[in-house]
Every structure is written in structure tokens, then in C-alpha cells.
Ligand binder design. Structure first.
Ligand SMILES: Nc1nc2c(ncn2[C@@H]2O[C@H](COP(=O)(O)OP(=O)(O)OP(=O)(O)O)[C@@H](O)[C@H]2O)c(=O)[nH]1
Ligand SMILES: [Mg+2]
Length: 210
């Protein structure tokens, strides 16, 4: 398997809904998670391009489905999804996003895997559990980033990871769901993430069968 050059990432298109997404050729991996968990920052760290995805201290920064192409190929994509669970967004708007997000997740054929970005200090919030349940039901591979590990000591971060992995094992979902420690600030875990994404993006299996 060749190494994907994540530094080659370039903005492709922003889509307000599934209908406006680019053609479903090739493969893509999407970053999902609660608002402010650090999805856009993780993408920027992975691609070593801090201008790629917009980040902000204010939750609800990413409001569209943003596509980035890799290695000059529109058939190889990274996707930054809008965050969920941001209470200050008007309810009607939240419901609209939720609808588009659900539709994207359920129907997008080129989706090969989902990166769930969580804050290591508050992993497994209600929405994260919902996402994991959805992945298991849909047989979609999901890789969890326990992000912002720079906010914890190394020991505490490792303990959280072990506990998280134990829970996955106890629930019998560790074949589909994996986890790692990550920090966009220090770059911890970026090679591990690149390896996981490389595997998904280069798999020729249809979705749900990787
Ligand atoms: N300390 C620390 N802060 C981080 C890390 N990753 C992201 N942040 C900060 O968390 C805030 C939110 O980051 P974003 O990347 O914009 O989060 P997001 O998940 O894309 O948020 P939405 O687009 O609103 O859904 C920003 O202030 C980032 O600087 C990290 O690894 N460590
Ligand atoms: Mg964002």
C-alpha cells in the first residue's frame, strides 16, 4: 500500500446537503463529532495546512459539508462535517443540519470510514455514543480520536484510552470501532491517523464491507 500525501489536500467544494455533494466516485473519509471537538483542527494538522479548514473558538464554525481532494484527484477526499450538539444554534437550523448529516451518513456510497473526534476530557458524550451505535448498526468503520490530549498528562491520557478500548471490547464492537490519542496542538498521533486513513482510502471494498 502506498503512502497518501495528505499535504496535497486542496479545497474541493462545500455542500449544504447530500444533493450538492460531488460525485460518489472513488473514496472519502469524513470527520464527525461534537461542535468544538476539533474536527477542522485535526484535518489541518493531518494535512500540515493550517489554512485548509476554518477553525474557531466559537462552536458551530463549520456549517457545510466541506470536501478536500488529495493528490490532485477528486476521487480521493477528506470531508469536514458540521459539528453536532451546539445548543446556541436555533432549533430549526439544528434539525436541518441533523437531517443533512443523517442523509449523508446513511446514503453516501463513497464513504469508507468515519473519524469521530472527541475531547479526551469528555469522551463518550451522548452524541458520540449515538454515532458509535450508528456505525455499528451500519457496519461502518469508525476511528475515534481522543483529541486535545495536550490538556491531560500522558498517564491520564493513556488511562482514558485504555478505558475507552475496554468499553469497546466489552460491547463487542472493537472489530469495527477503534480509538487513539490525538492532539492537533502537539501533533501527537498524527502518523497513526494517517495510517488508518490510508488504509480506508485505498481499500477497494464498497462501503460497509471494509
Ligand atoms: N488544546 C487544544 N485545543 C484544540 C485542539 N484541537 C482543537 N483545539 C481548539 O478547539 C477549538 C475548536 O476547534 P475546531 O477545529 O474549530 O473544532 P470543530 O470540531 O471543527 O468545531 P465546529 O466546526 O464548530 O464543529 C479551537 O479553539 C481549537 O484551537 C487540540 O488538540 N488541543
Ligand atoms: Mg469545524
Amino acid at each position: 500500500m502506498t503512502k497518501i500525501n495528505f499535504r496535497s489536500a486542496k479545497f474541493l467544494i462545500s455542500a449544504p446537503s447530500l444533493k450538492q455533494c460531488p460525485p460518489e466516485n472513488g473514496a472519502e473519509v469524513a470527520f464527525a463529532g461534537r461542535s468544538n471537538a476539533g474536527k477542522s483542527s485535526a484535518l489541518n494538522t493531518l494535512t500540515q495546512n493550517h489554512k485548509l479548514a476554518r477553525t474557531s473558538k466559537t462552536p458551530g464554525c463549520t456549517q457545510l459539508i466541506n470536501f478536500f481532494q488529495l493528490q490532485s484527484s477528486p476521487d480521493l477526499r477528506l470531508v469536514d462535517l458540521p459539528g453536532y450538539g451546539y445548543a446556541k444554534v436555533p432549533k430549526a437550523m439544528q434539525e436541518k443540519w441533523q437531517k443533512h448529516l443523517t442523509q449523508y451518513l446513511n446514503e453516501r456510497q463513497s464513504l469508507k470510514g468515519l473519524v469521530l473526534v472527541t475531547d479526551i476530557r469528555h469522551p463518550l458524550q451522548e452524541f458520540d455514543k449515538m454515532m458509535i451505535d450508528w456505525a455499528v448498526q451500519s457496519e461502518m468503520s469508525l476511528h475515534t480520536l481522543l483529541n486535545k490530549s495536550d490538556k491531560l498528562s500522558r498517564g491520564a491520557a493513556q488511562n482514558t484510552l485504555l478505558k475507552f478500548r475496554r468499553e469497546l471490547k466489552n460491547s463487542g464492537v472493537d472489530n469495527l470501532v477503534s480509538a487513539q490519542v490525538f492532539s492537533s496542538t502537539t501533533g501527537e498521533g498524527v502518523d497513526q491517523l494517517a495510517q488508518q486513513l490510508g488504509m480506508w482510502l485505498q481499500s477497494d471494498q464498497p462501503r460497509a464491507l471494509i
